[in-house]
Design a binder for this molecule. Structure first.
Ligand code: G3P
Ligand code: CA
Length: 257
């Protein structure tokens, strides 16, 4: 294998650190994103929501209860209130003091280091979030694929249509839960009018689905692999990338070794 081209690039298996390397550090914190970068993930995946006063922050749940020492809905709290919370201690004492990061901090901190797979989480709760995300990217000249490795995805497919209009040069993805197990070729073709990725729950992935997504000229990054077996299974089904809490699982595949 040529030392100039990484094994990973040769295999074209994109390794996405889910909420950062969230098997190793508290999800959606700078510690988890840094860990994903250090583990050589191609992308860090982040969940973006909006505070009461309009700041974009990275957090998965629509309340702060599970992953911080606070309580309440993200959209009912100001940025100052959210910023005071500890987003690391729940995972382990060594992460005490980790904050809920802002979207802009993540863009500035990881630009040029690793790609960012941006999930708009529950965008229906945050009218105008698509415009805010677009503004932050455009301000940084990160809305052109040559300048930055960015993908935007959501379970809210209408939100992705809106976002694609604002950011036509950024690849977009539709997330698909278990209810899309029987997605038709017609539905995939419809998604492909605005999306470049069909990113499903890993439990609905079959050879047929992978072939269907490719026939629709999209790529497929299933979520969320949490075991070695799951990563190998997805790898062998011919997906284009794997969204995983443990980026090291992808590299343990025999083709890399
Ligand atoms: O990247 C896709 C995956 O993150 C979707 O599920 O619940 O982890 O945001 P969830
Ligand atoms: Ca996510």
């Amino acid at each position: 294998l040529s030392s100039l081209v990484s094994k990973q690039e040769q295999q074209k298996m994109v390794n996405v650190a889910h909420r950062g390397a969230s098997g190793h550090a508290p999800e959606n914190t700078m510690a988890a994103f840094q860990k994903g970068f250090e583990m050589k993930a191609d992308y860090i995946e982040i969940d973006v929501q909006m505070t009461k006063d309009g700041e974009l922050v990275a957090i998965h749940d629509t309340t702060v209860d599970r992953t911080t020492n606070g309580t309440g809905a993200v959209g009912d709290l100001t940025f100052e209130e959210i910023r005071q919370l500890d987003a690391g201690s729940w995972f382990g004492p060594e992460f005490a003091g980790e904050k809920v990061p802002t979207f802009e901090e993540i863009l500035d901190g990881f630009r040029g280091k690793t790609g960012v797979l941006i999930e708009l989480k529950a965008p229906e709760l945050y009218p105008g979030i698509e415009e805010k995300v677009a503004e932050a990217l455009i301000e940084r000249n990160m809305h052109r694929p040559n300048n930055a490795k960015i993908i935007i995805q959501s379970f809210n497919h209408g939100s992705m249509q809106t976002s694609k209009e604002l950011l036509p040069n950024i690849p977009h993805g539709v997330l698909a839960g278990m209810s899309w197990a029987n997605v038709t070729d017609e539905q995939l073709a419809e998604f492909a009018t605005y999306a470049d990725y069909f990113n499903p729950n890993m439990n609905i992935v079959t050879h047929e689905l992978v072939a269907g997504v490719h026939a629709a000229d999209m790529r497929i990054f299933p979520y969320t692999s949490r075991s070695q077996e799951q990563a190998f299974r997805l790898f062998d089904l011919g997906v284009d990338g794997i969204i995983t809490d443990f980026p090291e699982h992808v590299y343990k595949h025999p083709v890399f070794n």
